[in-house]
Design a binder for this molecule. Structure first.
Ligand SMILES: [Mn+2]
Length: 433
């Protein structure tokens, strides 16, 4: 006997993957945990006859020779499967889009980082040209949209989008989909957002404004990440965190959003046992006695993160090519030509006294002026940046003053140059690891 199963609190991606499993493994029995997520429960109450599944009680474990696990890779996430764990000769097949280490020890697996697990299975269904009913296509699309936030979550890939297209070609019904996919921002989310806004405070950490808000939550609430996202937008802070406390479970979920490179949410959340990327992330923290201590921990990480984050000094170019104020304009022109740059700092005794750029040469009206010293033409509006500032700040200054290069100055001495391309390297993540 073969069975296909997924994680408890089954979501649409897990459920869709179980059903997709019945297409790829026609002899296998689909097995759903009793604990289903409320949306899936609502869907099944209407579509039960179309998707026949069994529960653990109906299965004779002695007869099971093969288990296909989808959308999870841990024994602990499966419901009442302990008996199978020690079973000899049990062949395990794994389909999963989570990247953590599996303890299932599968004989065969397809484990890839992708927006939704169903996308991996659609790849195979497509390849083998299996027929999909419109109902199956609809269910699969619900799973795909739920796990990828309608293809907006950063983990979504091009292949997820192609899979969505394939399901629409196979007559996935968007009306049904809208009924079962919970509105991302509904009454519950609105109430939480309003409560957060009422109790909002701002904290200054170095040069950044951060808001950390602790909120008690009753029962299950979806899309808290969207709430934190909106909260940050409305408060207009550099980074925002929601600490959502489940009193009855003694657990907390911390969700963070950042709009600046200097506060890396993924880094902070990984330190708390969660995950994410620079702009967004979360961490689940069990057995929390005091949410206040959690807030302190977060503040500590934020302060630490500041030092660990990328600074101008990591990106700037040095040594700096510079000219002295008494150099003639003609020799400066030659120097600029030779170095192939658009401008140079003018330095006297290691101190920045001005900047000369190609643009300044337009001020020259007579050829005799080429003999004049550079100090007569240089710009003395010395816009500089300190080495411990963030690349984001450097970019802001460049845009504000319409300059392509920014001298990096420490204790009055010029130690490097930050150019637009240095900033680009950072923003497009071209930094060597
Ligand atoms: Mn999933």
């Amino acid at each position: 006997m073969q069975i296909i199963t997924t994680h408890r609190n089954t979501d649409f991606d897990g459920f869709a993957s179980v059903i997709a499993g019945t297409i790829l493994y026609p002899d296998a029995v689909p097995l759903l945990p009793k604990a289903l997520n409320p949306n899936v429960k609502a869907f099944l109450s209407i579509h039960k006859d179309l998707f026949e599944t069994k529960s653990v009680d109906e299965i004779d474990f002695d007869a099971v020779s093969k288990m296909i696990v989808v959308d999870t890779n841990k024994w602990s996430r499966l419901e009442q499967m302990g008996e199978l764990k020690n079973k000899k000769d049990l062949e395990i097949i794994l389909w999963d889009h989570h990247q953590n280490r599996s303890d299932l020890n599968p004989a065969w697996k397809c484990q890839e980082k992708i927006g939704a697990n169903i996308t991996l299975m659609i790849r195979e269904i497509k390849k083998r040209n299996f027929f999909l009913t419109p109902m199956q296509a609809t269910l699969f699309l619900i799973g795909l949209y739920e796990d990828t936030g309608n293809l907006t979550f950063p983990a979504s890939t091009a292949e997820d989008a192609y899979a969505a297209g394939y399901l629409l070609e196979n007559k996935a019904d968007l009306n049904i989909l809208a009924t079962f996919l919970q509105p991302a921002y509904g009454e519950k989310q609105k109430n939480i957002l309003f409560e957060m806004l009422r109790s909002a405070t701002r904290t200054k950490i170095d040069n950044y404004t951060v808001s950390i808000n602790t909120i008690n939550i009753n029962g299950h609430v979806n899309n808290l990440s969207l709430v934190v996202h909106m909260y940050r937008d409305i408060l207009n802070v550099d980074a925002a965190f929601g600490i959502f406390v489940h009193k009855e479970h003694e657990s907390c979920i911390v969700i963070g959003r950042s709009g600046i490179g200097a506060i890396n949410i993924g880094f902070i959340m990984r330190s708390m046992g969660g995950g994410g990327h620079p702009g967004a992330g979360s961490a689940m923290i069990k057995s929390v006695k005091s949410p206040e201590a959690l807030k302190e921990w977060l503040l500590e990480l934020l302060r630490g993160n500041q030092q660990a984050s990328v600074q101008v000094s990591d990106l700037m170019s040095y040594p700096v090519f510079s000219v002295t104020p008494d150099m003639s304009m003609s020799s400066v022109a030659d120097f600029i030509e030779e170095k192939g740059c658009t401008g140079l700092p003018v330095v006297e005794d290691e101190r920045l006294v001005g900047v000369i750029s190609r643009r300044d040469f337009k001020k020259i009206k007579k050829s005799s002026q080429l003999k004049s010293p550079v100090k007569a033409f240089m710009s003395t509006k010395n816009i500089t940046i300190e080495p411990d500032r963030s690349p984001m700040e450097a970019a802001r200054i460049m845009v504000k003053h319409d300059i392509g290069r920014l001298p990096v100055v420490k204790d009055g001495r010029i130690i490097g140059i930050m150019s637009r391309s240095d900033v680009m390297i950072y923003f497009y993540d071209l930094l060597p690891d």
